[in-house]
Design a protein around this ligand. Sequence first.
Ligand SMILES: *Cc1c(COP(=O)(O)O)cnc(C)c1O
Ligand code: SF4
Length: 354
Amino acid sequence: MPSPALPVVSPAINSASSARLNGVDATKIVRPAWQQSLADAVHSPRELAERLCLPQEVVERAAKAHRDFPLLVPESFLQRMQLGNSADPLLRQVMPAVNEELDIPGFVSDALEEAQFRKAPGLLHKYEGRALLVLTGACAIHCRYCFRRHYPYSQEPKRLDDWEPAFAAIEQDSSIHEILLSGGDPLMLTDERLLAVVRRLEQIPHLRRLRLHTRLPIVLPNRVTLELIDLLVSTRLTPVVVVHANHPNELVTDCALSLRQLTQTGLMVLNQAVLLRGINDSVEVLQDLSERLIDLGVKPYYLHQLDRVAGTAHFEVPEETGLALVTELRKRLPGYAVPQYVREVPGEAFKVPL
Ligand SMILES: *Cc1c(COP(=O)(O)O)cnc(C)c1O
Ligand code: SF4
């Protein structure tokens, strides 16, 4: 398929990119290419410990878990961690831990039983009206609690032509109105490739919405390029961007700027978080997370109960605790700032509210 030339930047983008955040003019910030930031990401537990002035024993304990699912953390995310704090809530999301090796009953590799919903290579159709494309297995960060850490990505399509069976399956099912681009992280694709996918989807008449599920605006904020924003505001499909932040400390500096860039174009931007023990299982943290999101124009969407994936048991918060936290949030926040507390139950027609 010929890849169409990028459309010129629309006026909506110009006004968004000149938005001021704490007196900083977004247009004046020269950012390195996001691919470069990705290449410069930290891959070594030893280096991460050194940079944060943490004892090396942290690293020794992490060795095996690191071999199974290697550490990966971009510089920008690292910059938001506190020096010398081995309990830092951002560090805990990325540092391999001995607990990951524990074999806990009930925590399995395909916790969501997704295989049965694979309607074509790379296409998951589980819920009515919406289907999900697993565009890539790659991410810019490796979250230790990740529910997709055991996903068989190697079996999914690679080249654009390989996606045709998935596009054809969507074409044949007019009940599908929305496509979720997911992964891994769909923004690991270049803007050119993403544009080619979106242009192909636009040709399917019954599609109305395009949803992007991505953590990159949070962990690799310079991925929010003008080309990306332009793609989102220019597609005939109604775009929705769902980002993934778990802790208010993530929503600062370059991350806050990138979220502002997205929301000020008028895009709908939502956040989903995972309830994680030792990271955001307190009402103060969850309240602060919601308030910072709202300040940036992002609506708290879901608070997920952890999927019971092998190696993640130490992150689980009991449902009763989660329920108590959400009840307390309702008292402290306007209704629109309270996320829906949900859990994925294999076989259910929607994410089940708790
Ligand atoms: C979560 C999910 C969706 C989207 O669900 P919403 O409740 O609409 O956010 C769609 N497809 C799959 C396979 C999912 O896991
Ligand atoms: S960004 Fe999302 S898919 Fe990637 S490792 Fe983190 S939780 Fe998993």
